[in-house]
Ligand binder design. Structure first.
Ligand SMILES: Nc1ncnc2c1ncn2[C@@H]1O[C@H](COP(=O)(O)OP(=O)(O)OP(=O)(O)O)[C@@H](O)[C@H]1O
Length: 483
């Protein structure tokens, strides 16, 4: 179990806000973010008793409004605080997701993608992944496979941002795999060997992304973009093959916006409606999940039937696993510091506050065959303990009816039988379980490993039996000498 991690980031005032002589209304101290409503006089309360300041506590509050401030949080610091954990999760075999949420022009794309020379989380995470791959391959015999895909959801339709123009790029279907969950049919996947391969694809995808100038942002993303890295790792852990697969979704959402703030009409207004549909559904999903988690945390409360409307929008359907499922998820809420955006900023802060309550269930995604071998090994260890215990009991009981030799023979038969049962049950299951699939060269080693394990147990068994017989022999000799 792991809560969704939530960070809030405030950007500097932009030209528009400066021209409007906007006032700064955001304060941050450690993990706390405070917003001030300048319409309410200092020391007083509003007509309806509203307070002038509201304070929220998040996992992180990133102050990026002024580069000269000692508290300034740079792109690199955001990566060090959040991105390195994503890289770590990938190497451990967990799924991960980072999504940026906020008003148009509040800094989502800047945080996720960044500018040239000032890159954001997505390029830094990819760079971090490859630098660790290089480190690991230098010392270990691990092998890696990294695949990326990049899509946008525009007007509730999925579009492949990395597909060549000649092929179908628009309106791809979202389907659901019974085990692996929702996926996009026919989405192109690209094998990458190093960071510059990723950079090339990212640049190509960003050019294809739907953007437009709005009243709030000259280059406003009009779609939700999901950059996905599928990272597979095969290595040997204490001489056992081990394969993990991790999926990392890096999501740059389109802005949450009101038509009046952006001055949108026509196409932009329709886009706004669709963008909001996904974001409203995202809000409902977050609320439902937060309710579920709070209920689960309180055993005294009668469990409600909470419906999570994942399927109400393409975005939430595709991010199903990242929200309340098998993933380590981070939400970054980006905000403007200006009083002119008070309403939007407060709503973002509330949204983020709700998301803190979501509990996910991340698990290591291990190959089923490899898992079976690990279980097999644990079972062998258990049998070895049983064998040892069995022998001790037999020795303690020795003066009664049966002679020691007989007991030893009985033990031998019992353990042999257990071993037969064990291998009879496990080996066919093991071999039928598609172990012959050729995957990262695991084939030879896994079947070899099984033989190795079997021979280790039998050798150990023989050694123990020999020891017992030797003990018995020396006892007999001692008794003979005495008489
Ligand atoms: N923390 C920051 N530091 C410096 N500049 C920033 C920061 N955040 C955003 N900006 C600048 O503000 C402008 C708008 O940011 P950005 O495009 O990231 O907004 P957005 O939230 O992605 O907007 P939209 O939803 O319209 O796509 C850009 O010029 C960006 O470089």
């Amino acid at each position: 179990m792991a809560s969704v991690k939530v960070a809030v980031r405030v950007r500097p005032m932009n030209r528009r806000e400066k021209d409007l002589e906007a006032k700064f209304i955001i304060q941050m101290e450690k993990s706390k973010t405070t917003i001030t409503n300048l319409k309410i006089p200092e020391g007083g309360t509003g007509d309806s008793g509203r307070e002038r300041t509201k304070t929220f506590t998040y996992d992180f509050s990133f102050y990026s409004a002024d580069t000269k401030s000692p508290n300034y949080v740079s792109q690199e610091m955001v990566f060090k605080t959040l991105g390195t954990d994503v890289v770590k999760s990938a190497f451990e075999g967990y799924n991960a997701c980072v999504f940026a949420y906020g008003q148009t022009g509040s800094g989502k794309s800047y945080t996720m993608m960044g500018n040239s020379g000032d890159s954001g989380l997505i390029p830094r995470i990819c760079e971090g992944l490859f630098s660790q791959i290089n480190e690991t391959t230098r010392w270990d015999e691990a092998s890696f496979r990294t695949e990326v895909s990049y899509l946008e959801i525009y007007n509730e339709r999925v579009r492949d941002l990395l597909r060549r123009k000649s092929s179908k790029t628009f309106n791809l279907r979202v389907r659901e795999h019974p085990k692996e969950g929702p996926y996009v049919e026919d989405l192109s996947k690209h094998l990458v060997q190093n960071y510059s391969d990723v950079e090339e694809l990212m640049d190509a995808g960003n050019i294809n992304r739907t953007t437009a100038a709005t009243g709030m942002n000259d280059v406003s993303s009009r779609s939700h973009a999901i950059f996905t890295i599928k990272f597979t790792q095969a290595k040997f852990d204490s001489e056992m093959p081990c394969e993990t697969v991790s999926k990392i979704h890096l999501v740059d959402l389109a802005g949450s916006e009101r038509a009046d703030a952006t001055g949108a009409t026509g196409v932009r207004l329709k886009e706004g409606g669709n963008i909001n549909k996904s974001l409203v559904t995202l809000g409902s999903v977050i609320s439902a999940l937060a309710d579920l988690s709070q209920d689960a945390a309180n055993p005294l409360v009668k469990k409600k039937q909470v419906f999570v409307p994942y399927r109400d929008s393409v975005l939430t359907w595709l991010l199903k696993d990242s929200l309340g499922g098998n993933s380590k998820t981070i939400m970054i809420a980006t905000i403007s510091p200006a009083d002119v955006n008070y309403g939007e900023t407060l709503s973002t802060l509330r949204y983020a506050n709700r998301a803190k309550n979501i509990i996910n269930k991340p698990t290591i995604n291990e190959d089923a065959n490899v898992k079976l071998i690990r279980e097999l090994r644990a079972e062998i260890a258990r049998l070895k303990t049983l064998l040892a215990q069995g022998n001790q009991i037999a020795l303690l009981d020795s003066p009664t009816a049966l002679s020691m030799e007989e007991k030893l023979q009985q033990n031998e038969a019992r353990v042999k039988h257990q071993l037969y049962v064990f291998f009879d049950n496990t080996v066919p299951r093991y071999f039928s379980a598609t172990i012959f699939r050729i995957k990262f060269g695991v084939l030879n080693i896994t079947s070899k490993a099984l033989h190795y394990l079997a021979s280790v147990v039998l050798l150990e068994f023989e050694r123990q039996q020999r020891e017992e017989l030797e003990k018995l022999e020396s006892k007999r000799t001692f008794q003979l000498e005495k008489s």
